[in-house]
Design a protein around this ligand. Structure first.
Ligand SMILES: NC(=O)c1ccc[n+]([C@@H]2O[C@H](COP(=O)([O-])OP(=O)(O)OC[C@H]3O[C@@H](n4cnc5c(N)ncnc54)[C@H](OP(=O)(O)O)[C@@H]3O)[C@@H](O)[C@H]2O)c1
Length: 217
């Protein structure tokens, strides 16, 4: 896949590096051109301005929190846009319920693109264990979006990072993933449990001697 990395901070630099290693054609774009150029050199990738990278890459990682897409360029059409963003950490880790998700806000700003919420759940350090190690650990990742074709691309990109992708349904559920990531951030960043706090969906067998009665769940 031809993937544009928008924003060369921790997440952009890391996912770009590992996707390039997996054989994808990666292009870096940054507010600091020399940063994108250095990453491109290091990882044998391309680099360009935001308008150049958005124009030429069908898949884009949007790792810029709090930056409107129109601030970067115009011409947002027909792209798969992966949103890995989380809201700013609140003072004292006092998280509050939110009306909507960052992913839905992004989708509203670029209605001619398909936004997929993904890769917001894992601390960036996790990816640096490498795909083979993550595969051996069976690390799950959760994503959601409205377009099956675009989600298929993200599923493949997750697998290339060594993750087990789990489709959580439409983009309207992105708030659940963002809340899940906040829960994780509480453990990792506030309570210092580092990488221990990873979520795993586990299917336990049904009990033999109990059948749930119809009820309110
Ligand atoms: N770090 C993690 O473990 C982690 C895990 C999951 C999700 N996330 C989420 O992923 C997103 C990126 O995280 P990160 O750790 O990569 O953050 P980061 O290291 O701070 O990088 C974000 C990049 O966004 C660009 N940027 C930020 N503010 C900007 C502004 N006002 N105008 C223009 N560009 C701006 C900068 O790119 P340039 O320097 O290239 O200009 C910056 O390096 C955040 O929403 C975060 O919550 C992070």
């Amino acid at each position: 896949m031809k993937i544009g990395i928008l924003g060369c901070g921790n997440m952009g630099a890391t996912l770009g590096k590992f996707w390039a290693e997996a054989g994808h054609e990666v292009w870096f774009a940054s507010g600091l051109p020399e940063k994108a150029a250095a990453l491109a050199l290091e990882n044998q990738c391309g680099h360009g301005t935001y308008p150049e990278v958005v124009e030429q890459c069908p898949v884009l990682l949007y790792s810029l929190r709090g930056v409107e897409p129109q601030q970067l360029c115009s011409g947002w059409s027909g792209k798969t846009v992966i949103d890995c963003n989380q809201p700013d950490l609140p003072l004292g880790f006092e998280f509050k319920p939110r009306e909507t998700s960052l992913a839905q806000q992004l989708a509203e700003a670029i209605p001619l693109c398909q936004v997929v919420k993904a890769f917001c759940l894992h601390p960036v350090e996790l990816f640096h264990h490498g795909a083979d190690t993550l595969r051996s650990w069976g690390v799950q990742t959760f994503f959601c979006g409205d377009s099956p074709d675009d989600k298929d691309k993200v599923r493949l990109l997750a697998q290339d990072l060594g993750l087990l992708p789990f489709d959580c349904g439409p983009l309207s559920r992105a708030y659940l993933l963002e809340a899940q990531a906040d829960f994780w951030r509480l453990f990792q960043l506030h309570q210092g449990q580092q990488l221990v706090s990873q979520f795993q969906l586990v299917g336990y067998p049904e009990p033999v001697h109990f059948t749930r009665k119809p009820g309110r769940y």
